[in-house]
Structure formats: structure tokens, C-alpha cells
Design a protein around this ligand. Structure first.
Ligand code: ADP
Length: 460
């Protein structure tokens, strides 16, 4: 079997369980071929250390049979490539937020420079029959840069975030360059059929593409295979985590503290794509429309700190604090608050306990490539007495998880109605829905995702 080379912005040691399902699944594929994982080290070094060309030292480490190779970034490159272009332009636009994109700051130069530097550092490490799998929006032009240096190996790309409709994509000043760069890959993997249809419409209208076979597009003088591979979680690993000591402790504490209440849970990175203010407004609407929930329903909202140096994230944080204060102030009692908002990361081992203690999960992003929290919540439930998933129709996961209660997160009254339905759903209906959801996430788990992408790449 050819050696697998994975390239992603960050590299994880796949042997550590804290790494999560994606790292484990990629680690499994890397282990099978004695593979190489390449990316940024996470270190930022001074420009003088990085050298005039931005060339930094390569760090090589072994993790079992896998080689981890990483490079540092200079402050200037990190700020332009990572904070600037990746998270200040591509992230907002691909999540339909043109209003939050900063096109004028000139970040694109740093984005190209870092992708070129990655290609230069990676090239000497490659063997002629390697298969290369590149991940996510930070690295769109990597294959193009590798091809320019003479790389002929098979290269696949998986985009973890959504593809916006063509006219939103076309607002990026360099959109043609980005899409042309994708055609340097042999295979493009997307999260959903919606993403696939947006991509197809873009290349038909903006690049005069032809579809030469199912999912095979001809444009810019090249051919590209495009397919949807919805990413999953490692269901067994997560179910095992639910049986662990930390999860059981968390479950027991939650059950004791909320014995007389109905618990709802939200777990997200603090990001404007997650629809957190809209979720809080839906909770307010729930309390207004269904006052029986006062003194009873409590939402524990965990929002982990994220990209705090990007301006839009601080504005969001302040907005959330204001909303929580006003809802708790208006509805709270001496011994009950409707919202417990915690701006922190919860240990991964404790998450399944929190999910299992909750009657309802609110997973209501305004736009999300997939959303793995929805799948983790399902995996952590007790099949005999499962909780209910309230899921945004705008999460990639909604294409698969049809047995969740699907909502429009912009409609706070409609979402409140769905939450009320979830809180009062009879046991039998909860069991039937959960059984179907669990069967789906088991069939399309992260191992399926990894195997089917690599199989398609080998055949592309
Ligand atoms: P995104 O990749 O946009 O953050 P996903 O839902 O696809 O969203 O994946 C998020 C992952 O991060 C999940 O595995 C989830 O358990 C974890 N996570 C998100 N927020 C938190 C938090 N506050 N504490 C602990 N883990 C979190």
C-alpha cells in the first residue's frame, strides 16, 4: 500500500486520546502505511529566526510508526495566513458572513507565502508513490504550489467547512484563484450534498466547467473529482468515554444538582457561526411562550474560548454576556437561573456525562460544515431513556440526522416550539428517533469517512 501523507494546519499525536476522533482516524490510516503528518508546529518565532524567506526549521518526531513533521511560523506569517486570511476572510465568507470579512488588509500575500513555504518544506520529504491528503481552508493552494515544484503524486483535499453559494463565493476578490487552485488536486471532498451543489453551480457559471462523468469536472484545462464525504465521530470511542470514571462522575453530579429540573445543553466553540445569541433568544421565547418551564428548564451553555484576537469574537462575547444577564435577570429566581453560561472548555472525558444528563441538546448553528457535537450527543445517550436533539437545518449534519427536531435558528419562536416539543416528547418516540440517529452515525462514522475518502482518492 502506498504511504499516506496527511497535511493539515495543526498536527496531533494520534496516540493521545485527548486528540479526538479525527486525529484517531487519521492516525489509524497513517499507522497502516507508516505515514507522515505535516503541518504547523503551533510555535511562533521571531522573523530573524525564521530567516529572510520565512524558511523555518523542520521539526521531525516519531509517534509510533507515524512521523510527525512540523514547521514554525514567523509572527508576520502567522498573523496574515492564520488569523488574517484563513480566519478573517475564508472562515466568515464560507459561513455566509460577508459582513465580517476583512478583504482589504492584504492578508492574501501571507496566505500564499505560507502555503508556498509548506510546499517547499514538504517536497523533499515525499516519496514517488506517496498519496497526499490535505485538510481544510488554510491550505487550499498547497497542491498548486506542490505541482509548481514538480510534485506528481496523487493529492486529495477535504474541506471541513461549508461551500457558500456562488454569488457569495464570488465576493472574495481572489475567488477565481482559489477555485482554480482546487483543480490542482485529484479529489475534492466536501461535507454535504448542499456543498457539492454550490461548488458545481460555481464552476458552471464562473469557470465554464463541464461535468464529464458523475462528480468529475473539467475546468482550467484540468479534471477534478468532487464528492461528499460527511465526516463522523468515533462512536465506539465516545461510547467508551461515556462509561469512564470522569463521565460517570459528571453524570452523577448533574443528576443530583438538577434532580427537579429539566436540563438542556449547548457545547460550542465561541464562534459567530454557532448561533449562540439566537439560541439564547429562543430560550427567552420558550420561557415567555411556555411559562411552565420557569423554575424548571435550565440551559447549560459551554462556549470555549476561540480566536480571541480576531475582533468579531470579542463583540460576540460581549453580546452573549449581555443577553445572559438580561434573561437571568428577568426570569431568574433565588434558587433557579434559566441560563448557566460558562466561557470555558470542558475536559473531553467529562463531555459524555454532561450530554447524558441532559434531556435536550441545542445544536443550532446559523451555518456549520458538519457539527460533531450533534453526533457526540447521540452517541452518549442511554438508549433506554435517550435525550432529544434539536438541530439547525443549516448544519451539514442535518442532511443525515433527519430524526432530530430540525429548526430554523433565526426563528426564535419556532425554535422555542421545537424545544418545548423536545422537553415533552414521550419515551417511545425518543427511543425510536434515537435508534435511527444512532444507526446513522454508526454507519457513517469517522472510520467510514477516512476509508471512503482514501478509496476514492486512490481511484481518482
Ligand atoms: P467546530 O469544528 O466548528 O468547533 P464541531 O462541532 O464540528 O465544531 O467540533 C467541535 C469539537 O470540539 C467537538 O468534538 C466538541 O466536543 C469539541 N468542543 C466544542 N466546544 C467545546 C467546549 N466548550 N468544551 C469542550 N469541547 C468542546
Amino acid at each position: 500500500m502506498p504511504r499516506l501523507v496527511v497535511v493539515s494546519n495543526r498536527v496531533a499525536d494520534p496516540r493521545k486520546t485527548a486528540a479526538g476522533g479525527l486525529a484517531v482516524a487519521l492516525g489509524e490510516a497513517l499507522n497502516a502505511t507508516g505515514g507522515l503528518w505535516f503541518g504547523w508546529s503551533g510555535n511562533i518565532v521571531e522573523r530573524t529566526e525564521a530567516g529572510a524567506q520565512g524558511q523555518t526549521q523542520l521539526h521531525v518526531q516519531r509517534a509510533g510508526d507515524v512521523t510527525l513533521a512540523t514547521v514554525d511560523l514567523s509572527r508576520e506569517d502567522h498573523d496574515a495566513y492564520y488569523l488574517g486570511y484563513s480566519n478573517g476572510v475564508l472562515w466568515p465568507v464560507f459561513h455566509y458572513r460577508l459582513d465580517l470579512a476583512d478583504f482589504d488588509a492584504g492578508y492574501i500575500g501571507g496566505y500564499r507565502r505560507v502555503n508556498r513555504m509548506f510546499a517547499q518544506q514538504l517536497l523533499p520529504l515525499l516519496r514517488p508513490d506517496d498519496v497526499i491528503w490535505v485538510h481544510d481552508y488554510h491550505l487550499i493552494p498547497l497542491a498548486e504550489e506542490l505541482r509548481t515544484l514538480g510534485c506528481r503524486q496523487r493529492i486529495g483535499f477535504f474541506l471541513h467547512i461549508p461551500v457558500p453559494p456562488p454569488l457569495i463565493m464570488a465576493a472574495i476578490p481572489a475567488h477565481e484563484w482559489l477555485i482554480r487552485a482546487l483543480f490542482a488536486y485529484d479529489l475534492l471532498g466536501l461535507q454535504s450534498q448542499t456543498d457539492l451543489s454550490h461548488f458545481a453551480r460555481y464552476v458552471y457559471t464562473e469557470a465554464q466547467a463541464e461535468q464529464v462523468a458523475d462528480g468529475r469536472f473539467n475546468a482550467f484545462g484540468r479534471q477534478l473529482q468532487v464528492q461528499a464525504f460527511p465526516i463522523g465521530i468515533d462512536v465506539d470511542e465516545f461510547a467508551a468515554l461515556a462509561e469512564g470514571r470522569e463521565a460517570q462522575e459528571t453524570l452523577a453530579t448533574m443528576r443530583e444538582q438538577y434532580a427537579k429540573r429539566r436540563l438542556l445543553v449547548g457545547v460550542d466553540r465561541l464562534d459567530y457561526s454557532k448561533g449562540l445569541p439566537q439560541r439564547l433568544r429562543a430560550m427567552r421565547s420558550l420561557l415567555q411562550r411556555y411559562p411552565g418551564n420557569c423554575n424548571s428548564a435550565t440551559l447549560i451553555q459551554i462556549a470555549s474560548p476561540s480566536r480571541e484576537t480576531v475582533g468579531a469574537y470579542n463583540d460576540l462575547r460581549r453580546q452573549l454576556e449581555g443577553l445572559c444577564g438580561s434573561i437571568n435577570g428577568n426570569f431568574g429566581e433565588l434558587d433557579w437561573m434559566p441560563i448557566r453560561y460558562i466561557h470555558r472548555t470542558v475536559a473531553r472525558k467529562r463531555l459524555p456525562g454532561l450530554y447524558r444528563a441532559s434531556r435536550v441538546a441545542l445544536v443550532t448553528p446559523l451555518r456549520d460544515g458538519m457539527n460533531l457535537v450533534a453526533k457526540e450527543f447521540i452517541a452518549a445517550q442511554d438508549p433506554a431513556d435517550p435525550g432529544v436533539l434539536v438541530l439547525s437545518r443549516f448544519a451539514g449534519a442535518a442532511e443525515q440526522l433527519r430524526d432530530a427536531l430540525l429548526v430554523n435558528p433565526y426563528d426564535s419562536d419556532g425554535t422555542a416550539d421545537a424545544i418545548q416539543h423536545a422537553l415533552h416528547m414521550p419515551l417511545e418516540e425518543r427511543q425510536v428517533r434515537h435508534e435511527r440517529l444512532l444507526a446513522n452515525i454508526r454507519e457513517f462514522d469517522v472510520h467510514w469517512w477516512q476509508r471512503s475518502f482514501l478509496e476514492a482518492l486512490r481511484q481518482s
